[in-house]
Design a protein. Structure first.
Lengths: 462, 186
């Protein structure tokens, strides 16, 4: 590691542990296969192709790798859900529809290190027995689509992709499929519908768990870009060795994407759980902007529940129960979940004391109102309704009762939709109201006429 | 075609002059056939790729293009329409020669992306007030420029960001809008 030089001004922080991002902003690096091979590229594929498929899955299970897309579900376990007596073709899909606000990690892998992803995909395809794989790339990455397609062609010429890979008789075709600017395509069943050429309305689970009934009703594994890249490193290190990175049940490294009100926003690859919020914000990101102080943090993409910087959380049960201050939160899946939020996609949005929470909430509401696919009524109507109420709050036209209505609408979406978008759109509202009710109420006025029920109904359908 | 007439409403925009009118040309057919070969299981899967091919060359997806895609994939035209009308990335009217997509989501908004949008509109002569949920794209009278708000372009650490056609630009402070526009001279 020590002999790797990075571009001036782009050097990793000493606290980082670069695995996936080893080649990002590296001096003399380019996305060509020649450069990748010079650096030991595709060696892990050669190693994996000699292994039994089940052994690859076992290594991934041992590694404890949890999906890096948002839900944090163990990758190896997901692979194991393919029905054992399956006779249909198996599909592997790479979810490169990175679009959760605050997240910007896959972008760099796709643009700068596409072969790492391809190698990870071929190894994963070996494990799950897939002969066709698709990379579902968001439309807003036109340059990445070209880069990755070129990389696939290069890999095909060298015999790492295509027919008879490395002379073993294993076939795998990888294709890039571009989306068209819809956030819902990041939901795995929505993605599959989109890949089938339809509107991306998510499917109901059960029965449509992709591992059993996915693309073309065949078993399908959908993994995030970063998760697939980790597979390559798990083969290199061995599952047990990989699991030594990070903390128990939260293994490996992950890329935190920090944006907003810090001195040094950017991407930082850290060992999961080996850093606290204070270390991340104060040391790694250089603290708040001059003359400002931190107010709140959205820890895992805009849908995760906001955390106040002056909060104390009660975590654990019984004898293990303890108080944990915001600053001492370990950045891993379980601690953030215990604090009532989630590690999600790793998108950390930092807000300082100059930010009005009503404005922040309104911006988030606009996003979800725009992106709701419209399949389920609570989400389609509710997300737009929430946006209209927060529009009124920001404009100073809301009455105190609007806050109550807003909260009620959020709770009527949460848990009542086909996919997790319902939660994604309502959690920010629920959390911001719960934690900043006074601030929001202060922006309302009893003088503002309360809207009548009829007016409210009309407003909803406008 | 009747159903299409009723359901597809293309507005004429000044941007149209910058794009060749839709025709079934040899290069489009070749690109389409290549894409269709990626989906041996189902031709329907090639709907999005084919729409991309048409939109990339002709600026937007017109009725004739929808009919052609439907025939090519042996599906009903309404299936193509349902896709074109759902995805915000597909257009039914021509954008300007240079299409600016400014990210409006939280991290970019905090760094001034709304002000950046105002500046771009001011410089390019676009009526900012026309930009709304129902009119996501506004084209300048000369047809050279158009603007649209994009939802999170996934580069929050270098906000504000925007796409100009297929080119990505980061750290574009509102005061630097003129420099950005200078890079794309009609």
């Amino acid at each position: 590691m020590s002999d790797i030089k990075y571009l001036p001004g782009k050097e990793p922080h000493p606290r980082e542990h670069r695995l996936i991002f080893k080649n990002i902003d590296r001096e003399g690096w380019n996305p060509s296969i020649a450069r990748y091979l010079e650096d030991g590229g595709y060696d892990q594929l050669k190693k994996a192709i000699a292994m039994e498929p089940n052994d690859i899955t076992t290594e991934v299970k041992k590694s404890g790798l949890r999906g890096r897309g948002g839900a944090g579900f163990p990758t190896g376990v997901k692979w194991g859900f393919i029905p054992p007596k399956n006779t249909k073709p198996v599909y592997l899909i790479c979810n490169a529809d990175e679009s959760e606000p605050g997240t910007f990690k896959d972008r760099y892998i796709l643009h700068q290190d596409p072969h790492q992803l391809i190698e990870g995909m071929v190894i994963s395809a070996l494990a799950v027995g897939a002969h066709t794989a698709y990379i579902y790339m968001r439309e807003e990455f036109p340059e990445a689509a070209i880069t990755v397609e070129k990389a696939i062609e290069e890999a095909r010429e060298k015999g790492f992709v295509g027919k008879n890979i490395l002379g073993t008789g294993f076939d795998l075709e990888i294709w890039v499929h571009r989306g068209a600017a819809a956030y819902i395509c990041g939901e795995e069943t929505g993605l599959i519908e989109s890949l089938e050429g339809k509107r991306p309305y998510p499917r109901i689970k059960p029965p449509y768990f992709p591992a059993a009934l996915g693309l073309y009703m065949a078993p399908t594994i959908v993994n995030n870009v970063e998760s697939l890249c980790h597979v390559k490193h798990i083969i290199e290190m061995g599952g047990e060795e990989y699991a030594k990175l990070g903390v128990e049940r939260n293994t490996g490294t992950r890329i935190l994407c920090v944006s907003g009100d810090v001195k040094k926003p950017g991407y930082y690859e850290i060992e999961v759980g080996k850093m606290t919020m204070r270390e991340l914000l104060e040391d790694v990101c250089g603290g708040p902007k001059d003359g400002r102080s931190f107010k709140a943090v959205i820890p895992g993409g805009s849908s995760s529940k906001i955390l106040r910087c002056d909060e104390t959380f009660k975590i654990g049960r019984g004898e293990d129960a303890k108080d944990l201050s915001f600053w001492d939160i370990q950045l891993d899946f379980d601690t953030l979940a215990a604090c009532g939020s989630m590690a999600g996609s790793g998108g950390v949005i930092v807000l300082d004391d100059s930010r009005r929470m009503s404005w922040v909430l309104n911006n988030i509401n606009h996003f979800y109102a725009h992106e709701s696919c419209g399949q389920c009524t609570p989400c389609r109507e509710g997300s737009t309704w929430m946006q209209k109420i927060s529009d009124r709050i920001v404009a100073g036209k809301a009455s105190p009762e609007d806050i109550t209505t807003l909260e009620e609408v959020a709770y009527q979406i949460d848990g009542k939709t086909v996919c997790a978008f319902g939660e994604a759109s309502s959690w920010p509202v629920e959390a911001i109201i719960a934690k900043y009710r006074d601030e929001l109420t202060a922006e309302t006025s009893e003088d503002n006429d309360r809207l009548s029920k009829e007016q409210l109904q009309r407003e909803m359908y406008l | 075609m009747n159903i299409l007439e009723q359901n597809v409403t293309a507005e004429k925009t000044p941007g149209e002059q910058h794009f060749p009118p839709f025709e079934i040309s040899a290069d489009v057919i070749a690109l389409a056939d290549e894409r269709i070969s990626h989906y041996p299981e189902s031709k329907l899967s090639a709907v999005l790729p084919l729409i991309h091919i048409v939109q990339h060359k002709h600026g937007f997806v017109c009725k004739e293009a929808i009919t052609w895609i439907a025939e090519k994939l042996e599906i009903e035209p309404m299936k193509v329409v349902s896709v074109v009308t759902f995805y915000p990335g597909f257009r039914q009217s021509a954008p300007g020669k240079f299409h600016y997509r400014v990210c409006r989501t939280l991290s970019c908004a905090m760094e001034g992306s709304y002000e950046l949008m105002d500046k771009i509109c001011e410089i390019t002569g676009i009526d900012r007030s026309k930009l709304s949920h129902h009119h996501p794209i506004v084209v300048s009278p000369c047809g050279n420029y158009s603007v649209e708000f994009a939802e999170c372009l996934a580069s929050c650490g270098s906000a504000p960001v925007c796409l100009v056609n297929d080119n990505f630009h980061e750290n574009i402070k509102p005061e630097n809008a003129q420099d950005l526009i200078n890079k794309y001279q009609p």
